[in-house]
Design a protein around this ligand. Sequence first.
Ligand code: UN1
Length: 551
Amino acid sequence: MNHLVSEQNMTHVLEVGLEELENDNPNGLPKVKGYNIINGKLALASDNSTFESRNPALLSDCLGEFPLSTKEDVDDALAAARAAFPSWSATPAPTRGQIIGNMGRLLMKYKDDVVRLETREIGKTLKESAGSVQEAIDTCLFFQSEGRRLYGQTVNSELPDKELFTYRRPLGVCGIINACNFPAAVPFWKMIPAIMCGNTCVWKSPQDAPLLSFALARIMHEAGLPDGVINLVHGKGSGAGQYLVDAVDEGKVDKISFTGSTAVGKMIGEVCGRNLVSASLELGGKNPLVVMPSANLENAIEGAYWAAFGTAGQRCTSLGNLIVHKDVYDEFLEKFMVKVENTSIGDSLHNEGVLYGPMLSEKYAVDFLTGIQMCEDSGATKIYGRGRISNDNKPDGFHGDASEGVYMWPHVYVDVTEEMECFQEEIFGPVVTIVKANDFDHALHLANASPYGLSSAIYTNERLEAYRFKTGIKAGMTGINNSTTGAEAHLPFGGVKGSGNGTRESGIWVIEAYSYWHAVNDELSGKLQLAQMDVDEIEIEEAEVDYSSLA
Ligand code: UN1
C-alpha cells in the first residue's frame, strides 16, 4: 500500500460526494447532503432520518442535512471498526504515524477552508477557529513521530537466561464523543493517539458541527487511512451518542473517550465501570483566576478578560470565578469593566477584530440563559449584561443585525460568595462571577472551593505566592501570570475532582489512555525456573568492623 497522497486524490474535501441541496441560504453558500462514513463508504441513516446544521451567526444559513443515525447505523460502524482492527493493529506503528503525518500536512493545505467552515458552523472567530485547526495539526505532527517511538522496555529478569519485555498494545474499538466547541482539536486529541496506538474508532460527531467533522474525516481518509479505521456517525447525544454508550453493555466497545458535561461523563463512567471498559472523561470546569496585589494589573486584566469572554466563554478552560484581593479590587474592577463595556461582538466572517461571535448554537444559548438565571437566583449582584442581544437590546460594541444569529451580552456578577450555586456550578458562556479575597490563604481556599478542578490561574509577582498556589491548588492545569485557557498540544490536558476521572489528553501522557501494558517473559534456559523460588540468595556476611565503636 502506498501511504503517500498523490495529487489526484487530493480532491477538495467538500467536492467529494457531496450533493448540493436546494436552499435559500442568504450568503450563497451551499447546503449539502451529509453522510456518515462507515467502512470508508458514505452512508445515510437506515431510516433516512436527518437533522440540520445551521450557522449560529446567520440562522437562515443551513450548512446541510445529516443522518440522524439509528442504533443499527451505530452498530454497523462498530462492526466496521471491529473488522478493521486486526490489520490496522498489525500495521507497523511508524506507518500508522506516517498516515497521521499526512493528515497534518493535508490539514495545513486545506487550513483556510477548514477554518472558514468551522467559523460558519459554530460561529467562533476566524482567529480562534484557526487556533483550533492548528491544534489538530500540531497533534498530528507530534504523533507522527510517536509512531516511531511507542516504546516498550527491556527489563532484567531475576533468573539467568531469561528476558523480560513490556509492549504497548491497543485496546480495540474506541467510541469517541466530543463537544462542538473545539470541533477540530478535541476529536484529534482523541483519535490521533488512538489510531497511532493501533486502535480503531467510531466517532460520534457533535450535533452542532457535523459538516466540519465530515470534512475532517474525509481528510483523514485522503491521507491514506484504510477503510473502517475511523467511522463517522452523526446524530444527537440522546440518539447516536447514547447508542454508542449502550454498546459498551453489549460488549462492542473497548474504550470510550468523552468530552462534555460532568453529568453525562458520570453516566458514561458508570456504564464503562460496570463493564471494566476504559473511559477517558474530560468534563466541566469552574476555573478560578486569582489576582494578587503584586500582580501587573494590566496583564491580569487582559488575561482575566480573555479567559472570561474569549470564545464567548465557551471553553471548558474558560474563567469561572475571578478571585480578586481586596487591596486591588476597586482598581481592578474599574479597569476590567472598561474593557467589558467595550467588547466587540459579531460575525467574524464579516467583522474584523470581534472578540467573540454567537453562541455555538441555539441549544447553548438556552443553557446559558438558565445559567444567568442561576446567578440571579443565587443573589449575586449583576453589574453588566442584559441576556440575549437583539436589535433593541444590544451593547455598543455589537456589529451587524442581531436578529440573524444567537448572540449574548457579556455578563459580570459581583458580591459572589462560595455558598452560592453560581460560584459552584459551571456556566458555559460569556459570564464571570467575581469574588473578593481577604488574603492569599483566603484566595487559595476560594480557588479550591468549587467541585471542579480543571484549569486555574494566578497573577502575582511574589514567587512564594506563585509556588504556594501551584502546590496548594487542586487542578489539572495552572497558569502563572497567564489566563486559564490556552493549553498546548503536547502537555497533559485534563482535570481532577468533578472535571474528570484523571485520564489525560495530549502529549506522551495520552498514550496511557489508548494502550495497555503487556509484560512478556522469554525463558531461554530450556528448563522451568520458578520466579521468587529458584532465585539465588546472597547471604549478608557477618560484619568485621564494629561500627558503633567508631562513633
Ligand atoms: C475545550 O474547551 O474542551 O486550553 C478544549 C484551551 C484549548 C483547548 C480547550 N487549547 O483552552
